[in-house]
Write a protein that binds this ligand. Sequence first.
Ligand code: SF4
Ligand code: FES
Length: 368
Amino acid sequence: MVNAEPPLSLLLELTHKCPLQCPYCSNPLALERGGGELDTAAWLEVIDQAAALGVLQIHFSGGEPMARPDLPQLVKRAAERGLYSNLITSAVLLNAATLAALAGAGLDHVQISFQDSEAAGADRIGNYAGGHAKKLAAANLVRAAGLALTLNFVVHRHNIARVPDMIAMGEAFGAGRIEIANVQYYGWGLLNRAALLPTRAALDACTAAVYAARERLRGQMVIDYVVPDYYAAEPKACMGGWARRFLNISPSGRALPCHAAETLPGFDWPSVREHTLADIWNGSAAFARFRGTAWMPEPCKSCDRREIDWGGCRCQAFALTGDASRTDPACELSPDHAIMAEAAREAERAAPEFVYRRIGANVGAAQS
Ligand code: SF4
Ligand code: FES
């Protein structure tokens, strides 16, 4: 048992149910069905334990967290325990009544994901007719309620040319912060990589637009920007480092250091049904496995960035090399870095159809 620094953030995947079917969803390919979800009492206990452990922020996520009717009750408990609460939502279930219940429960912040700046592209990616219009209405309601609002735009080859319009949308809403987040290629995103990864030229144009807007909007709107690892020279510090700042709970109560950790073989993920969050965080072998730097191979082991990026992403290392303990191939020092350039060549070819995220999707056909 160690006494690790407490996690900064706890993300509760309350459910994998979602009205949308985005082909880059961060949920696992094996979506959990509703019957196995933790009940209200169990989620309330998790929130209590998180506050006791020293967590500062709680993210209510999914799937679509608003598909859980007990969401206001959970938000209220987070507020009572002094936790900053963020709702990560598609917003298609957000209306005046549901927002009033959440605001009354003490919700601090709403992050609405947009699939595009225009309705046709957005509704096609989410496979939900009328979704974009509902999101616009919901964003207006959040602003009118005086809650903090972040607009999150997920970017890929089908919408990357409209990044300037997405930034203009953020300005029009008076958002204090927007995110221009290229798809991260795990789970459904990895399955659909050939359909979604933009070309290098498209990404460079996007990056130039974001940097110019950041200059122009300095002091008015913050633009967070995430690029695809496939064009990076250095990996990102995934989750701020394995089991350093972040804890994720799956709908059925499995505790994970990141949303994709269940893709890694050989791990026995602890459940909050059987263990306290403190025991999981401080005592679980799975959480200790890649924490810190002792596990690192070369070139990370002797690299002066090892406590900056923590060797990149374990799930990406496994997905692309079959070994979770290798240096993330996104790093140009990795012996596997050529994998990224090879995959990026997919983007120069015509895009195949993507597979929508849903239980029972023909995942095997897309992987073969
Ligand atoms: Fe980061 Fe490892 Fe690459 Fe160094 S070698 S930059 S620590 S991933
Ligand atoms: Fe699991 Fe990066 S997504 S470590």
